[in-house]
Design a protein around this ligand. Structure first.
Ligand code: PEP
Ligand code: MG
Length: 327
């Protein structure tokens, strides 16, 4: 199987009915870009910048250190698009052991995590935004904001980005253009997707958190792991709603949760109209194999029936689309 998939490395990711599907990589540090390129990724769909901030037991990375890391990722990707997410500290991603022990409450899944943490410390946040804007001179960069749930947060984020630009202008430091996107990973954001799309160039669905918050199942708690299900009808409806809203206003929708890398779910997501998947590089060729075998027009009705079903799992289990014969 691996050999068969490896032979697809340079094959363009296009469905049988001619739809180009972007297959992108999730990375944690600039060094992971090599694996992303080796997997044939068309770019980075999610750079989890919190990994630069974690495990330091002291000072957070300053503007120069961050700039260097973001620039290196863009250079490593040789002109392919790179989406860097601002820090998503908290919940499953502890800043360091001590801080979490001290601030357990503040950093809990429903506490001061991700964009909430960034907005609670505007100077730290502007530092990250300046580093990103400067790095954008080195390649096509998009900035992604995690865990937005309120319009007031959107306004603040965009204001702080403008302030960061102004600080660079005042200091006569050059910077590049960026596209801005919102993670859709809180049910409130999915339900208000039209308003989110008005403010952003694109959105990216974080199904790990969207599942956690929709089902009230802690993603890090093994005792409820059997209840964590991204194909729960409620989660699927939210995903479908976001994809449809993006398509109807012509703005790109990516999906960067674990679900994007599960080849068993590729047909479903294609049938719902998804055209951009971001995943761990190790999953990319397996997903590409499904994309090449798919006829999205034929999958649409089936995907709608899964969406309407009370038991999507059984429809998914029955669904076996043929894979191309081994070369
Ligand atoms: C998600 O929530 O699906 C996601 C991609 O972000 P993370 O797993 O880093 O929270
Ligand atoms: Mg998330």
């Amino acid at each position: 199987v691996r050999q068969r998939q490896q032979s697809l490395l340079h094959t363009p990711s296009v469905t049988r009915d001619g739809q180009a599907i972007a297959l992108l990589a999730n990375v944690e540090l600039p060094g992971d870009c090599t694996a992303a390129l080796r997997s044939g990724a068309a770019g980075i769909g999610l750079f989890r910048s919190e990994f630069l901030f974690m495990g330091r037991h002291g000072a957070l990375p300053d503007e120069q250190e961050q700039y260097t890391a973001y620039r290196d990722a863009l250079l490593a990707m040789e002109g392919l698009p790179v989406t860097i997410r601002t820090v998503d500290i908290g919940a499953d991603k502890a800043l360091d052991g001590h801080a979490v022990a001290r601030h357990r409450q503040e950093h809990s899944a429903m506490g001061l995590r991700a964009i909430r943490w960034s907005l609670s410390s505007p100077e730290m946040f502007r530092t990250q935004l300046r580093a990103l804007l400067r790095a954008a001179e080195h390649g096509p960069l998009s900035i992604l904001f995690p865990m937005l749930a309120q319009l007031s947060e959107i306004r603040l984020v965009l204001q702080l980005l403008e302030q960061a630009r102004q600080q660079l202008r005042d200091a006569q430091v050059s910077f590049g253009p960026v596209r801005v996107g919102a993670m859709i990973e809180v049910p409130a954001a999915a339900l208000m997707i039209e308003q989110f799309l008005e403010h952003f160039d694109f959105v990216s669905i974080g199904t790990n958190d969207l599942t956690q918050y929709t089902l009230a199942v802690d993603r890090a708690d093994e005792s409820v792991a059997h209840l964590f299900d991204a194909t729960h009808p409620a989660v699927l409806r939210l995903i479908a709603q976001v994809i449809a809203a993006g398509r109807s206003c012509g703005k790109p929708v990516c999906l960067c949760g674990e679900m994007a890398g599960d080849p068993q779910l590729t047909d479903l997501l294609l049938g719902l109209g998804l055209q951009s998947f971001s995943m761990h590089p190790a999953q990319l060729l397996a997903v590409k194999e499904r994309v090449l075998a798919a006829d999205t027009a034929a999958l649409q009705d089936w995907a709608q029936s899964v969406l309407q079903s009370r038991e999507p799992q059984s429809l998914l289990a029955q669904h076996q689309s043929p894979l191309p014969a081994a070369p």
